[in-house]
Design a binder for this molecule. Structure first.
Ligand code: BGC
Length: 957
């Protein structure tokens, strides 16, 4: 295969029979191998922090009071020979292994109230009493045994402090070991840090080299006017500027359109092979009357990277030619990619020459056989995010004047319209598969080819998704994404937080250790998933009686079906804003929508329940008054989104289980909220509205509203997730599985369940992931010991978690080391909006905005401080994504849907730069078959209430 289509006189895409006829010169650059070993997750390798028992020796536990049978493995510090020391717990076995003490007869002693007891130290780290011959697992057990002989009332043995080895207290040997361990830990930390720094440096160098190599061939860019007549010595690799036809008020020779799926294939092809030029053919239709060239298909030349195999290249081109022919298409051009670090896509002089030759060749003998030929150049995304965006140029070459046949043709930019196809054809999907398969092969041969950053992939996903038909956007990218495992190659499915890099390696290590409690390894995440599943089953059966998941039946059995008509009132209460909405539906479509917001003051959120509901009533009448509704209608059906846990016995009945978030009004828990609202509506009704009757026909949770509103937006929706101040998600359950159903079961296949998963773990089943910071958040919250799961990550808490971590780090002098930062001490002083801003700054590889945020707390914020705070926010965000992803995966799997979509409402989801992507990643981790996505369904909680009221009216429930 020639690497120069222009230089081959007879070459061109029209006649794909010889190896030399490839459309482009896809040069394979020499890519340096980049080191890819090592983990980016430092937490895994973090040496464990010594536990309290490790620091102070085994606690004096009751284990000595039991029969001191040495083989009882349940004893607190009896792990003896089974302990490898990594738990941080010191045992005699470890001291023996370390050579600090030696086994021997009579080397152990206890002196107590004038009596001396002697013991042998056994090679397995146990003590044999010389007096009784009994064997003890540890000093504590032996000490309490001996002391009780002298003083039966003695409860504890002070093992390590009272037992002596060769005349010296065991404490002495313990501190020897502690020092040794600390020294070793420090050495290990240093080794790991330097290993990581080295790996990071290798990676950076590798990338730099890669970029350099890609840019190495970057010849200068010149304007056409600078070119003189052709000379054999001309450098054909220089790039030539292209101008639009409009510049010189010239008219484009023909109109042009390109299908979005052809662009998608060109882009994916180039991006999947970022280090070499990619090429392919363009096919479509030429409409001679309309003078329009429609490019409908792109045919990538896949597998042409092996220059040594010309026959193979010829075969590939031949197959493409046949495919074009079979589809009754016309060959209309070719495409190739250019280096990502060119400022914009440009053809080389060689491309210009080749293009002109192709144009001439496609001219045909007469109008009937003529078709124009287009060249397209695609510039992929750079390997690092700072590189400019991808871009695609279409160009056509104006031939030189007949009087100057030795001049170069002038490449001109062609304007084109992009046409989004109604659906992705099977052809296009097959091409996508083939591109992705080739990518897998390439990475298999050279793993360094898969060095995309997550940020790059997200930009690629956005760009590709925009080129897919609307109803397939959600499916396409997740599907393609599965082929990019390289991003997670270092740490396949673990929580993944970019490695913290600080100038001070030891500080870096200490920060990582400090935050390690937030990192859930695979085993613990899987445990969370399993417990979630079993709590779900228990909740389905017994609700809160048997589980921390309430799994409440909402009695909503259906979605909007397109027949709903009329005006409906919606209420949305859950945060500090109360919303009243009027929705008007025609044939199931929202045709009018009016909204008003009312601030709910703190005294109403924490005051008597009756006052709160009177306040809601007053707002509702204010709304109906402002809209003149009492004049225009006599009765209004109302749907009430009440975003708190309720037990329901019907769609229009909901008893409050407990307040959450920032509400705590006495007198409401245990009461039917619909009754309370009806009562207030009657009580505060102004005379001016006496003709208007408002009937509350549905009460719902915000997740239920979001699910119904999401399905209104996109029919495949099967989960409504709230990821805002609080968190919870509703899904469809098969009605035969719903046991708790008051009144007769409706005849319906499914019903929406509100699991109230914010309360997951309230029964202690998740305590194994609780850090001391989570405990602190809970005890400082309005309602301690409730809504445990939500407090790990929801918008009301995540910023606060970051703040208390910062306060503690400041105390430990890990953060802002030279000062006590008092500004940080204000509760809720670091809201989730700050956290999302900091994460965004990190993803943009900057610290500027972080420093500006932190300046509010401390005047002296170093770049290292900013990096540490970014790291805290990333770790907490990653944990949030994991903990939300788990329930999503469990629900999707339960519904057995691969295409199901998740509609989301909530500021945390909306504002966080990558929570969506990471949550989807973890969802897919636990349900790999899932091809759907999550999407923002704005105001699901508000509009959903109106939609559900309309459904209730239609079904007459
Ligand atoms: C409430 C849920 C609600 C969620 C999201 C939680 O505190 O208990 O009912 O769905 O917040 O608003």
């Amino acid at each position: 295969m020639s690497d120069d289509p222009a230089s081959e006189g007879e070459s061109g895409p029209t006649h794909p029979t010889a190896a030399s006829q490839s459309p482009t010169g896809a040069a394979i650059l020499n890519i340096p191998k980049v080191s890819i070993q090592g983990s980016s997750s430092e937490s895994e390798d973090t040496p464990p922090t010594p536990t309290a028992s490790g620091e102070s020796g085994p606690a004096e536990t009751a284990e000595g009071e039991a029969h001191p049978n040495a083989t009882n493995q349940n004893d607190d510090d009896s792990i003896g020979e089974f302990d490898d020391g990594r738990s941080g717990k010191l045992t005699l076995g470890i001291l023996l292994q370390e050579g600090i003490i030696e086994a021997g007869e009579g080397v152990m002693a206890i002196e107590y109230l004038g009596q001396t007891f002697k013991g042998d130290l056994m090679p397995v780290g146990k003590i044999r009493s010389q007096e009784t011959g009994l064997v003890f697992n540890n000093p504590s057990a032996w000490a309490i045994y001996c002391k009780k002989i002298v003083n039966p009332a003695k409860k504890s043995g002070c093992g390590w402090a009272s037992v002596k080895y060769k005349g010296r207290k065991m404490d002495h040997f313990k501190s020897q070991w502690t020092k040794l361990k600390a020294q070793r830990d420090a050495e290990e930390a240093e080794r790991l840090a330097s290993q990581e720094a080295q790996l990071a440096e290798d990676l950076r160098r590798g990338r730099q080299q890669l970029e350099k190599d890609l840019g190495a061939g970057l010849a200068p860019i010149i304007r056409h006017a600078q070119l003189s007549e052709k000379q054999p010595s001309d450098d054909l690799d220089i790039y030539v500027e292209t101008d639009p036809f409009t510049d010189k008020a010239r008219v484009q020779p023909f109109n042009m359109s390109v299908s979005a799926s052809a662009l998608l294939i060109i882009e994916l092809h180039a991006q999947c092979h970022p280090v070499a030029s990619t090429c392919g053919y363009l096919a479509g239709q030429w409409d001679i009357n309309a003078h329009n060239l429609a490019i409908t298909h792109a045919f990538p030349c896949l597998g042409m990277s092996d220059m040594a195999e010309p026959d193979r290249s010829a075969k590939i081109e031949f197959d493409i030619y046949n495919a074009i022919y079979r589809k009754h298409l016309v060959l209309v051009g070719w495409y190739k990619s250019c280096p990502s670090n060119l400022p914009k896509p440009l053809p080389t002089l060689r491309d210009v020459e080749a293009q002109l030759a192709h144009q001439v060749r496609l001219l045909g003998a007469n109008d009937a056989t003529y078709s124009p030929c287009i060249g397209m150049i695609f510039k992929p995304l750079g390997l690092n995010l700072s590189a400019a965006k991808s871009d695609c140029l279409a160009y056509w070459v104006v031939p030189p004047l007949e009087t100057n046949p030795y001049d170069y043709g002038k490449p001109m930019m062609m304007a084109y319209t992009c046409i989004v196809d109604p659906c992705l054809s099977q052809d296009a999907l097959d091409q996508i598969d083939r591109i992705l398969e080739q990518r897998q092969d390439l990475i298999h041969q050279d793993p360094s080819l898969g060095l995309e950053s997550r940020g790059l992939l997200e930009s690629l996903g956005d760009s590709i998704k925009r080129k897919a038909p609307l109803d397939q956007q959600g499916l396409l990218w997740p599907y393609i994404y599965l082929y990019f495992p390289s991003v997670f190659r270092l740490n396949p499915f673990k929580m993944e937080v970019p490695t913290l890099k600080l100038t001070d390696n030891i500080l870096c290590q200490r920060v990582n250790t400090f935050l390690s409690g937030f990192i859930l390894d695979d085993q613990r995440s899987d445990q969370v998933r399993q417990i979630f599943e079993s709590e779900l089953d228990a909740g389905m059966k017994d609700g809160l009686e048997g589980s921390s998941l309430q799994m409440e039946n909402t009695y909503v059995p259906d979605l909007i079906n397109g027949t709903e008509e009329g005006q409906f009132l919606s209420l949305d209460l859950g945060g500090t804003n109360f919303r009243v909405i009027l929705l008007e539906l025609k044939a199931g479509k929202i045709v009018r929508e009016e909204v008003r917001y009312y601030q709910v003051p703190e005294e109403k959120r924490l005051g008597q329940g009756e006052d709160l509901f009177d306040f809601l009533g007053i707002c509702i009448y204010d709304f109906t008054d402002k809209l003149g509704l009492s004049q225009s209608c006599q009765s209004l059906a109302l749907g009430f989104t009440f975003s708190f846990p309720m037990t329901q016995t019907a769609m229009n009945q909901g008893v409050l289980v407990s307040w959450t978030k920032s509400f705590n009004c006495p007198g409401v828990v245990g009461k039917d909220v619909v009754d309370l609202l009806n009562h207030s509506l009657a009580k505060v009704k102004p005379d001016s509205q006496k003709n208007l009757s408002i009937e509350v026909i549905a009460i719902l949770n915000d997740t239920t509203g979001t699910l119904v509103k999401g399905a209104y937006d996109r029919p495949n929706t099967c989960i409504g997730l709230i990821l805002g101040t609080g968190c919870n998600g509703a899904y469809f359950e098969r009605s035969e599985n719903v046991i708790r159903w008051h009144g007769g079961k409706y005849d319906c296949k499914n019903v929406i369940i509100d699991p109230e998963f914010g309360a997951f773990g309230d029964n202690g089943c998740l305590d194994f992931i609780k850090t001391k910071f989570d405990e602190a958040i809970d005890s400082a919250s309005l309602l301690p010991q409730s809504f445990t799961y939500e407090k790990y990550f929801a918008g009301k808490y995540i910023g606060e978690l970051a703040r208390i971590v910062m306060v503690d780090m400041n105390k430990e002098r890990l953060l802002f080391p030279c000062q006590d930062v008092e500004g940080l001490l204000i509760q809720d002083g670091f809201p989730s909006t700050m956290l999302t801003e900091v994460v965004e700054d990190n993803l943009n590889q900057s610290v500027e905005r972080t420093i500006t945020v932190l300046k509010k707390f401390s005047a002296n914020c170093s770049p290292d401080d900013a990096l540490i705070v970014q790291h805290i926010c990333l770790v907490l965000s990653e944990r949030a994504a994991l903990l939300v992803g788990i329930p999503m995966a469990v629900f999707l799997r339960r519904m057995k849907t691969q295409e199901g979509l998740i509609a989301v409402t909530g500021s945390l989801y909306k504002c966080h730069p990558n929570l969506k992507a990471r949550m989807e990643f973890f969802t897919r981790k636990y349900y790999p078959e899932w091809k759907g996505e999550s999407f923002l369904s704005d105001d699901g909680s508000g509009k959903g209430a109106g939609l559900i009221a309309a459904i209730a009216k239609r079904l007459e429930l």
